[in-house]
Design a protein around this ligand. Structure first.
Ligand code: PEP
Ligand code: MN
Length: 360
């Protein structure tokens, strides 16, 4: 699908002078808990109150949400505090109940976005709605699946659409609960520039101490808003205890975040920026050039291996290269993670080239 037809979005219409903030507990637990949190977020920059009513849990036996009764509590939140409300929907029945209870934002969770059947079913149930619908990224780093979900919702004539970046799960251990892979969100934004892009640092980090940093990175990357799990007693939350912050901490985070302008017209800034960008362009060209040269040599090695019927993968040599490059990288201020990623990608491309030669 081409870029979205929307020019002015629901977000522009809110006329906010700060990024959009959606906050509230991971799960609605009791009526008191929900109302207490909502009242403490009432006179802050929070725009929407979130609470999960139906909770997708990875393993059975955990708290799976209070169900439809929680929608009544959210209605009470709106009546008592004026805060608009948001909850996750994962099937047609959820959609119908959430619409009946006048929930303002319905979001589709990461575990639902992975299934085109589920997304289509939800899109059909939502057809033509003027509620705000937010689509989280799928749990796996698959851009087409995320784009496909957006397209299904657009095709269902949903005008007030947005996406939430909540990171991606990996088998490899990392400091994140779900690694951000910012590039994917940036690519999605390039494809749909009018689509509001919201970051969920709570599910990216899994740890409350890291929420500020990830939120700042999101704002530095021009994200339009944040969804931050907030609870009056985070340690005793019934789900996602480690990543929730108190309302006081949320207010502090919002105060400390630096909001960047998209650009600045000042002449000196622009001439300096252009000069630096010209240098980056020269370096990028030489990077590509060098990679091309490296690959031609890998091709020659492929020919040599073929003539002697030797295997493409030489683990010992490869581990030596990696070890050396990590050290070299360190001296230049490049992280081990980065060097590993780059060299694994280069190595994979060499293997592909040599495989082709061996099969010729
Ligand atoms: C949530 O927002 O509480 C949630 C379940 O998120 P996700 O779908 O990103 O895991
Ligand atoms: Mn959660």
């Amino acid at each position: 699908m081409e870029n979205s037809p929307v020019l002015r979005t629901w977000l522009d219409e809110l006329n906010l002078d700060h990024p959009l903030v959606i906050a509230g507990p991971c799960s609605a637990e009791t009526e008191d808990q929900v109302l207490k949190i909502a009242h403490s977020l009432k006179d802050t920059d929070v725009n929407y109150f979130r609470a999960g009513i139906w909770k997708p849990r990875t393993r059975p036996g955990n708290f799976e949400g209070v169900g439809a009764i929680g929608l009544k509590w959210l209605q009470k939140v709106k009546e008592e505090t004026g805060l608009k409300t948001a909850t996750e929907v994962a099937n047609r029945a959820h959609v119908e109940l959430a619409l009946e209870h006048d929930i303002d934002i319905l979001w589709i969770g990461a575990r639902s976005t992975v299934s085109p059947f589920i997304v289509q079913d939800i899109a059909d149930a939502l057809k033509g709605t003027d509620k705000i619908i937010l689509l989280k990224n799928p749990v796996n780093p698959d851009l087409s699946l995320w784009l496909g979900g957006v397209e299904r919702l657009y095709k269902s004539d949903i005008k007030n659409l947005g996406v939430i970046h909540r990171g991606f799960s990996t088998y490899e251990k990392s400091k994140y609960r779900n690694i951000p892979e910012w590039q994917l969100a940036i690519e999605l934004q390039n494809k749909f520039p009018d689509l509001p892009l919201i970051c969920d640092p709570s599910h990216i980090t899994g740890k409350r101490d890291m929420i500020f940093d990830v939120s700042q990175t999101a704002l530095d990357l021009n994200f339009d808003g944040l969804m931050i799990e907030t609870h009056c007693d985070p340690d005793n939350a019934w789900s996602d205890a480690a990543q929730q912050v108190t309302p006081e901490r949320l207010v502090q985070i919002m105060k400390d975040l630096k909001i960047r302008k998209e650009t600045d017209e000042e002449a000196e800034y622009n001439s300096k920026l252009n000069l630096l960008r010209a240098q980056i362009d020269v370096i990028d060209n030489s990077l590509i050039d060098t990679l091309g040269k490296r690959m031609r040599i890998a091709d020659e090695i492929g020919g040599l291996k073929k003539s002697k019927n030797v295997a493409v993968l030489q683990s010992k040599r490869w581990n030596e290269i990696l070890g050396k490059m990590i050290l070299e990288g360190e001296q230049r201020g490049l992280s081990e993670e980065f060097v590993l990623r780059i060299f694994k990608a280069i190595h994979q491309e060499s293997i592909n080239h040599q495989e082709k030669i061996l099969k010729r």
